[in-house]
Design a protein around this ligand. Structure first.
Ligand code: MN
Length: 319
């Protein structure tokens, strides 16, 4: 992948038309915010642009997505946002794996699958990079674009709480507020709202919390049974990953979610001194230093033992 600057990325986007913007599967606020902000700005310049994702966009992002009408056209240019690895394209976007023209990302674990790319692991959210590209394009930031960029930054920084929130994250978010971003509404929807099903699922999951390594490691499990009993779906369980690390003394909080194919999805959140991306990397996953994930196959007990053992090795504690 040939590296490009913000300015070069902006020029490449301006030079092309009939652009699709790909998000990772199970899209989060950053992926959605990036794709729709870029889409709205490029459409304003008269281009045909469509954001695409293998999975449906959760309804809570409607304030960003509802006014973007679907467009269809012969694809000429393929862009990815917030997408670190071709494994995250999902079934519906698989066909674009080998033909990505421009990759815009902030994951240090990015696998360089595109022809050209800009990857800045220092950016708390990919939306910060997109904001700079929009600025370099001379794009007008309307309230929808402002909402989209703000959403990307606030969701990836945990409402500006995580260590990846830099002064620049706040500065760009503040700029977006000047341009009409609905900060209070967005933060309420993203951080202060949960469905009853989610609360029921949390009640069940909390009973599964286990501690290892003198309380430095905590695990929480979300099983298919729990989802069935509570009526919660995948998106309801997103926030559960932040629970184990909230416990005093915990350096690595591990969420173990049962998936359909006898595999388990691990989400890890760590304190500054522990690199969760490296731990998950042992199992072929990746992400950021403080938040990463991977898939592990086996029985629930085996999977828990394996991931806990790696975390303990990284922390330097006995389990
Ligand atoms: Mn991101």
């Amino acid at each position: 992948m040939k590296k490009v600057t913000i300015k070069q990325a902006a020029e490449m986007l301006l030079e092309h038309n009939n652009i699709i913007i790909l998000m990772h599967k199970s899209p989060d606020g950053d992926a959605i915010g990036c794709a729709y902000a870029l889409c709205a700005a490029l459409r304003r310049l008269g281009k045909k642009v469509q954001p695409l994702c293998s999975d449906p966009i959760p309804a809570k992002y409607g304030y960003i997505t509802d006014s973007i009408e679907p467009q269809s056209f012969d694809v000429q240019y393929v862009v990815t946002v917030d997408l670190a690895d071709t494994q995250l394209f999902g079934d519906k976007l698989e066909m674009y794996k080998d033909r990505v023209d421009l990759c815009i990302d902030h994951h240090g674990s990015n696998t360089s699958f595109a022809e050209y790319g800009i990857v800045d692991p220092g950016a708390g959210a990919c939306a910060q990079i997109v904001a700079k590209i929009l600025d370099a394009m001379g794009a007008e930031i309307d309230p929808l674009i402002a909402d989209a960029i703000f959403t990307g930054i606030t969701t990836d920084t945990g409402c500006f709480k995580y260590s990846n929130a830099t002064a620049e994250s706040y500065r760009i978010a503040a700029d977006m507020m000047d341009k009409g971003a609905q900060n209070a509404m967005i933060n309420r929807v993203m951080f202060d709202t949960k469905s009853r099903a989610r609360l029921e699922a949390e009640k069940l999951a909390l009973a599964s919390v286990r501690f290892y390594g003198d309380g430095k490691i905590a695990t929480i499990s979300v099983t298919k049974k729990m989802l069935e009993i509570s009526g919660a779906d995948e998106s309801d369980t997103e926030g559960i990953a932040s629970i184990p690390r909230q416990i005093e003394g915990v350096k690595a909080g591990i969420t173990i979610k049962e998936k359909d194919d006898g595999a388990y999805r691990i989400s890890m959140r760590t304190t500054d001194d522990v690199d969760s991306s490296a731990i998950c990397g042992v199992f072929g996953g990746g992400g950021h230093r403080a938040a990463a994930g991977c898939m592990i196959k086996g029985t629930a007990e085996e999977v828990e033992r394996k991931i806990v053992a790696e975390a303990a090795k990284a922390i330097g504690c006995e389990v």
